[in-house]
Design a protein around this ligand. Sequence first.
Ligand code: ATP
Length: 133
Amino acid sequence: MASSDKRIRKNHSFFQALRHAIDGLWGAFIHEGNLRREFIASLLVVIGGAVLRVSWQEWLILMLAILGVILGELINTIVEQVVDLIVGPRFDPRAKKIKDMAAGAVLVTAGISVVCGIYVFVPHLVALFGGAL
Ligand SMILES: Nc1ncnc2c1ncn2[C@@H]1O[C@H](COP(=O)(O)OP(=O)(O)OP(=O)(O)O)[C@@H](O)[C@H]1O
């Protein structure tokens, strides 16, 4: 997941910090199936937004919803990695509690995004298909 860079001192520049941040995002994307699935779901949301020609305010809501889910999944991944680093490959009831809570946090962010999606898409879909119902 980490790059081959073995340095442990502070970043020398903004661009170095940015590169490490992008390495972190890319590593999470490569190793976390859930993150890849959420990315694909996000692409579908963007396609839906473009097809339904949502307003710029609605784009803001959709972008916040997408970024919220990705942030939730990243935090969950970080928690899992830190717990595994500390506990190792053995059962620990506290590790279970922490990981389950982190997974719950992802569920909450997903719920918020679903609410945002309903708020943005349902009026457009009703306007489009309402007459047919
Ligand atoms: N060391 C441990 N001790 C106790 N329970 C654990 C431990 N590691 C994982 N678990 C349990 O297994 C579940 C899955 O943990 P794992 O680290 O494999 O995450 P995952 O399969 O990547 O989950 P997610 O879908 O949330 O990313 C945790 O929610 C927890 O209930």
